[in-house]
Design a protein around this ligand. Structure first.
Ligand SMILES: [Mn+2]
Length: 540
């Protein structure tokens, strides 16, 4: 099952969010074999939050990037060993599962190290000519019994950490057997007795030899253990050294990564460690949750994405150049996106991407869920400014009519409410409204003027005119402007109230009538750049 993200552009508007949610819903219904997840690339604006709220739909998750992460390639099923597990058991698991590395955990499940085939091999090749010792790799008597598939005749489950001997010499010969050692002998009661007398803590009898009563009694008296092994002396002694807990042989500082780390970063590090692998650990618990080996790094499948409402790389999700773009659904010009494989791409000049999503629902004979229908309606009304923008087409009108029927509501009323909620500046401080978007202009000589603009719907700011005029005047004097104006532009009523502080004469010359208590009504005026600044500059 593929996981395919559906995303609009950065600084998402209502169309980008609604189209991602709507198209993901449609794709999931048409293609249940794969997963489609709508995502967003940035913070939601006030209008989109209102529409989401109204629809009851959940906001999409933020997708910070679409580069490959460790979790996209890591193996999630793999054997792990407890650090007390005998080396032999771990080695057998590695052979059976055809692994050259397995993670080792402690009793809490936290990663303690990794056991590698290489460490196992080195142990034997590099073994010295000194007597074999368990000093660095203590083993429990019970682990030794288990590995030997032997039998404990007497003694407690102690930890043994001495040297390991095969006692093959005559008892009269000089021996170095000492306190705490492990001694392997055959059917030689004299040798058994000598070993116990010299303080061996564990006596292992090879070839299934049973100890005489007298030896068992002696061992009990000395606090030593006696084990019967079905194996010959050489194999028995070898198995004893393999009974040590694997912590003795593991690499205690393995290369680790977090599942959300960028794969490209981890890939470099994997190449630098001799076992060519990294263990993915869960942040916080440090439990191993994944394994990345060299073969997982060979041409990993890219993450998949459907782009809606944009086709510009710069507007898209970081890493899109490395992702697999599955499809593009857009109503803008053809952008800068490049793909390596052919993709289904739609660039259809209608008023909103949501219109295209609705058309596809209808072509498929499906109806969007009520939350999605509400979102898509909001998106269409947003992009077309309630079907008023010059980009509006008959197809947008038809889609809006359809959703009006589906949702049984008045689209124009809904759109008006949406714009009002989305551009609600009634609580924004006057200073912000006056300065946030202000631009300065030079009018020749030392004379400057400043013009700010705020977009609203309805009379939200009417009651605050005196407060705004006062703020304009204090900003004007603070910066020495000849004139400071604020355009309060109603995007639905399509007109501007110009609030002016400073010399009133240029305003009168520019617009043909005087300000009424600092306010000039300019019906049809929407553009600061085209309709307000040029006449003002010409008049000062
Ligand atoms: Mn759009």
């Amino acid at each position: 099952m593929a996981h395919i993200y559906v995303t609009g552009h950065r600084n998402p508007d209502t169309d980008s969010i609604a189209s991602a949610i709507g198209y993901a819903e449609l794709k999931a219904r048409l293609d249940p074999a794969n997963e489609y997840e709508p995502v967003r690339l940035g913070e939601l604006n006030a209008q989109t939050r209102w529409v989401l709220d109204r629809s009851g739909a959940a906001p999409p998750e933020l997708l910070p990037h679409i580069f490959l992460r460790v979790r996209d390639v890591m193996q999630t099923t793999f054997p792990a060993a407890n650090e007390a597990e005998p080396i032999r058991e771990v080695g057998l698991t590695m052979a059976r599962e055809d692994r050259d590395l397995i993670p080792v955990v402690n009793d809490d499940g936290r990663l303690a190290g990794v056991m590698t085939e290489r460490a196992l091999a080195r142990r034997y090749v590099r073994e010295s000519r000194d007597p074999t010792s368990l000093a660095d790799a203590a083993a429990r008597v019970s682990a030794i019994v288990e590995v030997l598939e032997g039998e404990l005749v007497t003694g407690d489950d102690l930890q043994v950490a001495g040297r390991v001997w095969v006692f093959a010499m005559d008892v009269r010969a000089k021996t170095r057997i000492d306190q705490g050692d492990v001694v392997v002998v055959g059917n030689r009661p004299n040798a058994m007795r000598l070993a116990l007398e010299r303080g061996a803590s564990l006596l292992v009898l090879s070839n299934g030899v049973r100890p005489p009563e007298e030896i068992v009694g002696l061992a009990e008296g000395k606090g030593a253990s006696v084990v019967v092994s079905p194996l010959d002396s050489y194999v028995t002694s070898r198995m004893i050294t393999l009974s040590a807990g694997c912590r003795a042989l593991m690499d205690p500082q393995p290369l680790t990564a977090r599942p959300d780390d960028l794969l490209s970063d981890v890939a470099e590090q994997v190449k630098e460690v001799d076992y060519r692998a990294a263990v993915a650990v869960e942040p916080g618990t440090h439990r191993p949750v994944g394994l990345v080996t060299r073969s997982d790094l060979v041409s990993p499948a890219p993450r998949q994405v459907i782009l809606v409402d944009h086709a510009e790389q710069a507007q898209s999700v970081p890493g899109v150049e490395e992702a697999e773009i599955v499809e593009i659904l857009d109503h803008h010009h053809i952008g800068s996106i490049e793909t390596r494989i052919p993709v289904r791409a739609t660039f259809d000049p209608v008023g909103s991407t949501a219109t295209l999503v609705i058309e596809r629902f209808r072509q498929a004979g499906m109806e969007p869920s009520p939350p999605t229908a509400t979102l898509l309606l909001g998106a269409m009304l947003s992009d077309t400014v309630i079907l008023n923008s010059p980009t509006t087409t008959e197809r947008d009108r038809a889609a809006v009519d359809y959703l009006e029927r589906v949702l049984a509501l008045d689209a124009r009323e809904f759109g008006r409410e949406m714009f009002q909620a989305g551009s609600d500046v009634s609580a924004t401080p006057a200073h912000d409204l006056v300065t946030r978007d202000a631009k300065e202009y030079h009018a020749g000589g030392q004379r400057t003027l400043a013009v700010a603009q705020v977009e609203t719907v309805g009379p939200a700011l009417r009651d605050r005119t005196p407060e705004l005029l006062q703020e304009l005047e204090s900003e004007r004097t603070a910066h020495g402007h000849q004139l400071y104006a604020l355009m309060v532009t109603d995007i639905l009523a399509k007109g501007t109230k110009l609030l002016v502080a400073g010399d009133p004469a240029p305003v009168e010359r520019a617009f043909g009538h005087a300000a009424d208590d600092g306010v000039v009504d300019l019906p049809g005026v929407m553009s600061r750049k085209k309709q307000v600044v040029p006449p003002l500059l010409a008049a000062v």
